[in-house]
Design a protein around this ligand. Structure first.
Ligand SMILES: [Zn+2]
Length: 204
């Protein structure tokens, strides 16, 4: 009998599947994300021959190396709404509609201002989801923005303040209470009253 030594084992192999340009919520700009699949292989003499279980799919930013679930890139433009400053503006819009009523005219103005300020269209489903979240959640607008604070840069914070102002202005509802809300948003980002005033004035 001739002894035959068969060497078998397991090996984990990561394969890059595709690369897509999407908005990275961490970098806060368009970057390249790579979708990869990690899989375990049965090896024979160190050669991977049989694929076994899939371990994970992952989307990773080329620039900041943040990892996101795979639907992050398969979702296409939906992911745009995951930009934290955009999410904050959607939450502000939702709260304003809760406060002022879901009249078609109000909804139209919200859509119009949102588009004008962010360059993106506001999806009705995204807006409805934010309204539901505010009604059922305990965080509120200011709390929600606070939670995203670390992922919003300076230009993001300015856009949130300016868009909130434009929402109220467009709706003809810019009174003392609304100004206080804008100041409160400014305070989250460390801006005093006069700084927030200057941010608003900058638009005119
Ligand atoms: Zn990134």
């Amino acid at each position: 009998m001739l002894g035959v030594l068969i060497l078998f084992g397991e090996q984990i192999i990561k394969k890059n599947l595709k690369q897509v340009e999407v908005y990275c919520p961490v970098c806060q700009k368009k970057t390249k994300y790579t979708l990869s699949r990690t899989r375990e292989f049965f090896t024979l003499f160190f050669v991977p021959v049989i694929p076994m279980q899939e371990i994970e799919y992952l989307a990773e930013c080329e620039q900041c190396k943040s990892s996101m679930p795979p639907d992050f890139i398969s979702n296409g433009c939906q992911t745009i709404f995951r930009a934290p400053y955009i999410e904050s503006i959607v939450i502000v819009a939702a709260q304003i509609l809760i406060d002022l009523g879901y009249y078609q005219n109000n909804i139209d103005i919200i859509h119009q201002v949102f588009e004008e300020m962010t360059g993106q269209s506001l999806d009705d489903d995204v807006l409805s989801a934010a309204i539901e979240e505010l009604k059922n959640g305990s965080t509120g607008v200011l709390g929600s923005i606070k939670l995203k604070l670390k992922t919003i840069n300076e230009s993001g914070s300015l856009l949130i303040i300016q868009t909130t102002f434009k929402f109220y202005l467009g709706l003809g509802a810019l009174n003392e209470r609304e100004r206080q809300i804008i100041y409160s948003i400014g305070l989250i980002f460390g801006y005093g009253y006069s700084t927030t005033e200057a941010i608003i004035d900058e638009m005119n």
